[in-house]
Design a protein around this ligand. Structure first.
Ligand code: ADP
Length: 388
């Protein structure tokens, strides 16, 4: 029983890789990081690292040399490089055939449509005439490269289509038209799946977005019809199985006003809507991601608490760049709420930038919401007048 764990290479030095390091340390799983620059979020906590470019096969080969498994902080590694690494004998998790569905919304829609998974009505469009035929109002999305609401437009007329088509042409990607869903709220169904086929489904959560950015997550989603919750978990498990996903899969969903769920998009890595699991579930999404990519038995996704609320800390509206101010917030935040859990990413506070999150848990949802919102606003510098 002295064997050491296999080396896991992680591509991308953002906060998701950083948060994988915590369970990796607990389980003595060695990580080696490909960071985009010195000192980025994960590079601060994973000492075995190289600085390089995830679009360079040479850099990918350097970081995976001697690794058993490679996994990801983001979805941007080119498919042909993933195939080359697999040919080198590295277990690529998730693999290229699964990951393409998180990289390309056109491919994702086509596959989910073929599987009969409920999605918004959609079509690839090549001209404004195609969009007119699809029908206004609708949503246009670039098939690749979008994030945090960038690359998504609600269009109501031919004139509105100019910018989306210009953006798509400039980056050489296709445009997808989708019906404008009149949703009640956004939900997320998160599962982890190992190559063995074992899978674990977390409780379905509500995610609150503002300007295309996830701001709050409530676990579990309040007042969700239990049948709809089961359906959402089944859809996520089915997608993970059919696509052969290994690791965490987040399925972002719309709950429509008439009580249906529709899939919005897929992410194949730990996801912002799963950060609550660090403090609110028996096994965090980061630990289950590592277990899954190593084909280990998965940990329980069961909640530890009645409610867990996650609120992201985003740089505030005052425009101040304030390295160090996050730490200055500790005395007040910690004294006010000894049960609050704070997770910072080692990033400087800049307007609109996600620099951390807080998790508050307990038996009373309103109390959790108040505590988490207060702390996040405090750290963001949006409660300046309340300081002592
Ligand atoms: P991203 O890749 O930037 O996360 P998404 O496809 O998730 O892009 O879209 C961002 C946000 O835009 C969604 O969270 C949702 O609020 C809104 N949105 C996306 N698609 C639709 C749609 N078909 N109908 C209504 N709103 C949508």
């Amino acid at each position: 029983m002295t064997g050491s764990a296999p080396l896991v290479a992680v591509i991308g030095g953002g906060q998701l890789a950083r948060m994988m390091a915590e369970p990796a340390a607990a389980l003595a799983i060695p990580l080696r990081l490909l960071a985009e620059a010195d000192g980025v979020s994960a590079a601060q906590v994973i000492p075995d690292q190289i600085v390089g470019d995830h679009t360079s096969l040479a850099d990918l080969r350097e970081v995976t040399a001697g690794a058993a498994v490679v996994t990801f902080d983001h979805e941007h590694v080119p498919t042909e490089h993933l195939r080359a690494l697999a040919d080198d004998g590295i277990a690529v998790r998730p693999g290229p055939d699964a990951l393409v569905h998180a990289q390309d919304k056109g491919v994702m829609r086509e596959r989910l449509g073929a599987l009969g998974v409920p999605c918004p009505r959609n079509a690839l469009v090549e001209s404004v005439a195609d969009v007119e035929a699809f029908g206004f109002p609708c949503v246009l999305k670039t098939t690749r490269g979008g994030y945090d609401g960038k690359g998504v437009w609600v269009v109501e007329s031919a004139a509105d289509c100019a910018e989306p088509f210009e953006t798509a042409a400039a980056s050489g990607v296709r445009l997808l038209a989708e019906e404008l869903v009149d949703f009640r709220r956004e939900l997320s169904a998160l599962v982890a799946r190992a190559p063995s086929g074992q899978a674990a489904a977390y409780p379905v959560v509500e995610s609150v977005q503002r300007d295309g950015v996830c701001r709050e997550v409530i676990a579990p989603a309040p007042d969700l019809d239990p049948e709809l919750a089961t359906q959402a978990q089944e859809v996520a498990l089915r997608i993970a199985g059919e696509l052969g996903v290994t690791g965490v899969l987040a399925v972002e969903l719309f709950e429509t006003r008439d009580g249906r769920i529709l899939v919005n998009e897929l992410a194949m890595r730990p996801h912002n809507t799963g950060h609550w699991t660090q403090d609110g579930a028996v096994t965090s999404q980061f630990e289950n991601h590592l277990r899954a990519v190593l084909n280990l038995p998965l940990g329980s996704p069961a909640p530890r608490e009645r409610w867990t609320v996650m609120v992201n800390i985003l740089g505030g509206s005052d425009g101040a760049e304030a390295p160090g101010r996050l730490y200055d917030g500790f005395p007040h935040a910690m004294a006010r709420d000894p049960r609050l859990r704070v997770h910072l990413y080692g990033k400087d506070l800049r307007p609109g930038r996600k620099v951390g999150h807080v998790n508050a848990y307990g038996d009373d949802l309103d109390d959790c919401l108040e505590r988490a919102r207060h702390a996040a606003a405090w750290f963001a510098g949006d409660l300046g007048n309340e300081s002592e």
